[in-house]
Ligand binder design. Structure first.
Ligand code: GRF
Length: 203
C-alpha cells in the first residue's frame, strides 16, 4: 500500500484529482496519509479537512533552522505512516534530509515537458510564458521523481498538449493543468502497482 503524504502550497487541484481517483476506487493500492502545506490558507488544506484527512500547516519560517524544520517534517511523516511523498503545487524545496529518507519515494508534477522548461524559478505562469516565447507548438505535463535539484529526477509519465495560435500563458496553463489531472493519478497507479508486484515477488 502506498501511504502518500501530499505537499502543496496552492489550490490543490492535483491533490483533488488523486483523491478523487482513490475515492472512485481507481487507485486501490494507494491512500492519503496526510496533507502538508507551507501556506495556512492554501486550498489544498481545505480539501483535506473537507475529506477528514490530516491537514498540517508547516513552514520553514516557524523554525530557527533548516535542520529542526526537516526533523519535524520527518516526524510528521512517520507519525502518519507515510511511505511516499507526492508534491502537488508545492512551491518550496524539500529539505535534503527528507529527500534522503524518502529516496525514490518522492514524485512531483511539473507543468511542462521536462527536461525542458524546468529548474529553479520555473513555476506557475513563467513556465508557459517560456514555452510560448520559445515558439514550441507542443507542451505538456511531467510526473518525475524528486532529488536534491529542482525538476531533475527520472520521468515517471508525461502527456503532451498542443500549443494553439492565440494561446496566452493562462490558456496554455489551463490546458496543461487538465493533462496534469490525468497523468498524476495514472502515475501513482503505476507506482502502486509496481510496488504490489514487487511485494508479491518477495512473498
Ligand atoms: C499549477 O501551476 C500546476 O501546474 C503545478 O502546481 C500549480 C498548482 O497546482 N503543478 P494545484 O492546483 O495546487 O495542484
Amino acid at each position: 500500500m502506498l501511504s502518500i503524504a501530499v505537499f502543496g502550497s496552492g489550490a490543490g487541484s492535483n491533490f483533488m484529482a488523486i483523491l478523487t481517483a482513490i475515492q472512485q476506487g481507481n487507485l486501490p493500492a494507494a491512500r492519503i496519509s496526510l496533507v502538508l502545506s507551507n501556506n495556512s490558507g492554501a486550498g489544498i488544506l481545505g480539501i483535506a479537512r473537507a475529506n477528514g484527512l490530516p491537514a498540517i500547516h508547516l513552514s520553514r519560517k516557524q523554525f530557527p533552522d533548516e535542520r529542526s524544520f526537516a526533523d519535524t517534517v520527518l516526524s510528521m511523516l512517520r507519525d502518519h505512516g507515510a511511505n511516499f511523498i507526492a508534491l502537488a503545487g508545492y512551491m518550496k524545496q524539500v529539505p535534503p534530509e527528507v529527500v534522503a529518507a524518502y529516496r525514490k519515494r518522492i514524485v512531483n508534477i511539473h507543468p511542462a515537458l521536462l527536461p525542458r522548461f524546468g529548474g529553479a524559478g520555473m513555476y506557475g505562469l513563467r513556465v508557459h510564458e517560456a514555452v510560448l516565447a520559445s515558439g514550441e507548438t507542443t507542451s505538456g505535463a511531467t510526473v518525475h521523481y524528486v532529488d536534491e535539484e529542482y525538476d531533475n529526477g527520472p520521468v515517471v509519465l508525461q502527456q503532451t498538449v498542443p500549443v494553439l495560435p492565440g494561446d496566452t500563458p493562462a490558456s496554455l496553463a489551463a490546458r496543461v493543468l487538465a493533462a496534469e489531472h490525468q497523468i498524476y493519478p495514472a502515475a501513482i497507479g503505476r507506482i502502486a502497482q509496481s510496488e504490489r508486484a514487487a511485494e508479491h515477488h518477495h512473498n
